[in-house]
Design a protein around this ligand. Structure first.
Ligand SMILES: [Zn+2]
Length: 410
């Protein structure tokens, strides 16, 4: 038994004055459990948590329990009476159990393991595997993500991509702000209105950043973000995200009514050919697409309008691009197709932001990884009931350094 105690003292990395007082094995409803009892021997001195001075033990907080990582499939628990120090300067203070975070029911090692598991799989699955209530695991996720957020240093953030993301089928949205230069999520807010941009400004200030540091924003064509950025970040330049422009052009093509179509391929295939980037198509697909456009006059015009608008990014500079966009708007209005006329209005309103790309060269491409990450988190959780849980998980999964809050690798 002494060898076993030595082994556990070594495995738990116990430091003076902590000792193992007992080890018990139990069978609880067919599940084996190890219970390790720790103690601070009588007349030991303990460190005051305020000043670190060695002091007498005043009394002990009885029977605290922590769940540790399983030992060969046996659920492992640590029990201890944690002493309170009697410091001459600070009076009676609760000392910390060195194997756990204050207030946690898990050991540090267990927390690290749980956090690495929830980055990879649903919280419910982690709970089932570890025989723990998901609520306990969610508490850990929230505590850790709060620590990550508190530790954020946003003094180096200059260029920001912002986009909204639907997080449930009930029209509930979050807005995600990503540092374009590092690709990291820096702020996630509930909702998608102007207030989130104001919240972002406050958040920057609280994390060593400042609105005056932000030189550029990349965002969609919605008036909400544009107006809010102008109001709360008056010195920042706005670049309309090129992927959103391509998306709007594709939507206009998709929504345009082209009458009865003459097709040699099925509708789905035709749609696929018309919405794809021609630069990435095979010769055969290009020929098929040309045939569809020749056989259907209205569709052919709508397709050329879409392609022409997307080709603005092929122009050599902002001057040529502006001429191209002006010509495109005249053409779209003359063609008199409702969805393209509407799109011409959007282009006119945002022309300065579209042209800004030729100077800033920034896009929301950096958010692609973020979007797929959020989709994975959402599908894992099968619908978050609480938006705060989704936000906590976003920060947790986005923290790329695979380390826990104590700086150890997990
Ligand atoms: Zn003290």
């Amino acid at each position: 038994m002494n060898d076993l105690r030595e082994f556990w003292e070594w495995a738990l990395k116990l430091e003076e004055p902590w000792k193992i007082s007992d080890i018990a094995y139990r069978d609880v409803e067919g599940e084996e459990e190890v219970h390790i009892y720790l103690d601070v021997p009588r007349r030991s001195l303990v460190k005051c948590p305020e000043c670190g001075m060695l002091c007498k033990v005043h009394d002990r907080m009885k029977d605290r329990t922590w769940r540790d990582v399983d030992m060969r499939g046996m659920r492992t628990f640590i029990h201890a009476d944690v002493p309170r120090s009697d410091c001459t300067e600070h009076g009676v203070r609760q000392t910390n159990a060195p194997w756990a975070r204050p207030g946690s029911g898990f050991t540090l090692l267990m927390e690290s393991m749980v956090l690495s598991m929830v980055r990879q799989m649903p919280v419910k699955t982690v709970g089932d595997l570890l025989h723990e209530y998901p609520g306990r695991i969610w508490t850990l996720v929230r505590v850790y993500s709060k620590k990550l957020v508190e530790g954020l240093d946003l003094s180096g953030v200059r260029r920001v991509a912002v986009d909204e993301k639907c997080f449930s089928g009930r029209d509930e949205f979050i807005t995600v702000f990503v540092d374009i230069d590092t690709g990291k999520i820096i702020f996630v807010a509930e909702g998608k209105d102007a207030a989130v941009v104001k919240e972002f400004r406050t958040f920057l200030r609280e994390h060593r950043g400042g609105s005056e540091n932000i030189t550029d924003f990349s965002c969609d064509f919605g008036k909400t973000f544009v107006h809010a950025i102008r109001k709360y970040f008056p010195n920042s330049r706005i670049t309309a995200d090129c992927f959103h422009l391509v998306k709007l052009a594709n939507e206009a093509l998709n929504d345009t009514k082209c009458g009865e179509l003459k097709l040699t391929v099925n509708r789905m295939r035709a749609k696929y050919l018309l919405l794809r980037n021609p630069a990435r198509m095979t010769e055969e697909d290009l020929a098929l697409k040309d045939k569809i456009c020749q056989d259907n006059e209205v569709l052919g015009i709508a397709y050329r309008l879409k392609e022409s608008l997307c080709s603005v990014y092929m122009m050599g500079d902002a001057y040529l691009a502006e001429e191209h966009l002006k010509g495109w708007m005249r053409w779209a209005r003359m063609a008199n197709m409702y969805h393209f006329v509407k799109l011409a209005g959007t282009v006119e309103k945002h022309i300065a932001h579209i042209l800004q790309w030729f100077t800033s060269r920034i896009t929301n491409a950096v958010m692609e990884g973020t979007n797929s990450m959020i989709s994975v988190i959402k599908s894992r959780a099968r619908g978050f009931r609480h938006v705060r849980s989704l936000i906590s998980m976003c920060y947790l999964v986005s923290a790329q350094e695979n380390t826990d809050m104590y700086g150890r690798g997990v």
